[in-house]
Ligand binder design. Sequence first.
Ligand code: ZN
Ligand code: ZN
Length: 283
Amino acid sequence: MRIFFLGVGEAFDETYPNTSLLVSVPGVSGSETENGAAHILLDCGFTAPAAYYRYAPRGVEEKGSEDQPGVRGDEQRVIQPDVIWISHFHGDHFLGLPLMLLRFWEEGRKKELVIFGPEGVESKVWSAFELAYPGFRERIDFPLFFLDVEPLMQGELFGVRWATAANAHSASAPCMTLRLDHAGNSMVYSGDGRPTSASGQLAQGADLLVHEAYALEGEPPGHGTVAGCLELARGTGTQRLALVHVNRNVRAERAGEIRGLLDTVEGFSAMMPEPGAVVVLES
Ligand SMILES: [Zn+2]
Ligand SMILES: [Zn+2]
């Protein structure tokens, strides 16, 4: 399992793109998956698509030969995700979808796409798409499936097991934590919000916990903190913690201090990744 940190920022950050990750899971079923892996995009906010096309991996030619080497290099287009997870309906987590869908059309996408997220995800996505590009919906002619998800649900997509739990973020845009498991590897992505007992339970024993830490400490309404994430990681026995969605002013002024604190953690490793960072989980 390979996790690409495309964006790590909060909604209004002018420096860091909205938090968005690509999880590539090798050796899964699916005839049209690229690079022999299924690719699951986690959240797609206003500024995430530009980060996606900058940092997501490029495709590998499946049938390489001496005349046509396996990797065609820079002209090969960026891979297309098979699945997109929307943690909640805030713009910095889903309003990049109109651009992504239209770019897939421009690229001649044929393979199916599954978008899963909170209840009503299909109407939310098409409403946003129609506002952004009126009358363009008929161009989206690749198979597109939507899946409504509730907290404490689980299922399987492209051979990857997923499960959800509610966290504490916004009454008008409830957010879920997502866990992905495959071949002995696991990762958890919080979306936005303070952890709950349910999301803590979901994160038990995860190889990688990616959690939002909007503030350093205290009880910011509807958001996590650096201190709270460290406590959560200790309690869940996770091996690695990655902090994202840090408030832009906190990040600009205190990144060194936060990293210094993360370096002193014992029992697990902790990081505050930059866009383009990659974490590889191997069983
Ligand atoms: Zn957010
Ligand atoms: Zn939010």
